[in-house]
Design a protein around this ligand. Structure first.
Ligand SMILES: C[S@@+](CC[C@H](N)C(=O)[O-])C[C@H]1O[C@@H](n2cnc3c(N)ncnc32)[C@H](O)[C@@H]1O
Length: 315
């Protein structure tokens, strides 16, 4: 039985874990990849597959005076059988915790929308490495037409992302909500879907995709695929492991609309001890030469090392 209790907490120490050598030594790429088990096959998780047997507390995250988001808190022990704060290579990749970058990203998205720099209404949005999914949820609140959430772990989607989506979006989208109880499946409008899988493989099941990578592989012209792909890709705290940056960038190139797609990325400038960071990802993108990177914000609030929000568009 689902157990939920409301509280009004905002930031808590263990909501915002810091990377450490012990935690970041894990991850699908931070350790020697060959010692890791193969990732679970990519799979779509249905909204109706919400895991309700895991105890979850609901907390408020105050973004600013006008915007408060709700988030669940579940224990990694209850979901994965491992102690809180552990990352287990190839098994659990940290999605049950709320990382600082996702709040930075929501704040930046909100100001981009308010300043007319970003239109999310009606757009196809993909949040990579979503965990709690707050940036994708924000996109839903301002009218995105499709929001697709990706995480390494189906368990994270079932026990945390889906409940977060429901508690935030159902409240705000009540009038657009359409509940269909056909074969026990429930869908809400807008098009909200959930995909679990490794960045090397999950493109196989994502509904939208194009372009540059597949173009090279299949000789399909960009013009033929220009209507495909996500308009906006969001990701927070996904660039910590140096050796997974290529697969992450490859997935983006396969998934992003050409030529108008845009990526918003939040993360730490450096993840000490593991080699990843926003600047490493920016270097990778700039060396590839397809996209232009633009620094939108630097955050040095003392709660972690310096964090950044970046935007990428096609040249
Ligand atoms: C540090 S967590 C960040 C979670 C969330 N975006 C936040 O900021 O709170 C990193 C996320 O990336 C996902 N991830 C990490 N490596 C991955 C990989 N190789 N393939 C797919 N997802 C991965 C994890 O599942 C996790 O949700």
């Amino acid at each position: 039985m689902e157990k939920r209790s409301a509280s009004n907490s905002t930031k808590t120490e263990d909501s915002y874990p810091r990377f450490s050598l012990s935690s970041l030594g894990f991850g699908p790429s931070a350790t020697s990849k060959c010692s890791l088990p193969p990732p679970p096959p990519p799979v779509e998780v249905l909204l109706s597959e919400e895991e309700s047997s895991v105890k979850s507390n609901v907390e408020s995250i105050i973004i600013d005076e006008g915007l408060t988001l709700l988030k669940g808190r579940v224990s990694t022990f209850d979901v994965f059988g491992v102690a809180n704060s552990d990352l287990v290579p190839g098994k659990y990749e940290g999605g049950l915790k709320l990382w600082e970058g996702s709040i930075d990203l929501v704040k930046r998205l909100q100001s981009e929308v308010q300043e007319g720099q970003l239109l999310l209404r009606g757009k196809r949005v993909l949040e990579l490495g979503c965990g709690h999914g707050l940036p994708g949820i924000f996109a839903g609140l301002v009218g995105a037409g499709a929001i697709h959430f990706q995480d390494f772990n189906a368990e994270v989607l079932r026990s945390l992302t889906i409940p977060n989506v429901k508690v935030n979006l159902e409240k705000h989208l009540n009038q657009q909500l359409s509940l269909l109880t056909d074969n026990n499946s429930i869908s809400i409008s807008p098009d909200v879907r959930f995909f679990a899988g490794d960045w090397n493989e999950v493109h196989q099941i994502l509904p939208y995709g194009c372009n540059t990578v597949d173009q090279k592989e299949t000789n399909v012209s960009l013009e033929d695929k220009s209507l495909d792909g996500y308009d906006v890709i969001l990701m927070a705290e996904t660039v910590y492991a140096l050796s997974s940056l290529h697969s992450l960038y490859g997935l983006i190139k396969r998934s992003m609309h050409h030529p108008s797609g845009v990526i918003y990325m939040a993360g730490k400038k450096h993840y000490f001890g593991v080699g990843g960071g926003t600047r490493q990802f920016v270097n990778l993108v700039e060396e590839d030469g397809l996209m232009r990177a633009c620094l939108l914000a630097g955050v040095a609030d003392g709660s972690s090392n310096v964090r950044e929000v970046w935007k990428f568009i096609f040249k």
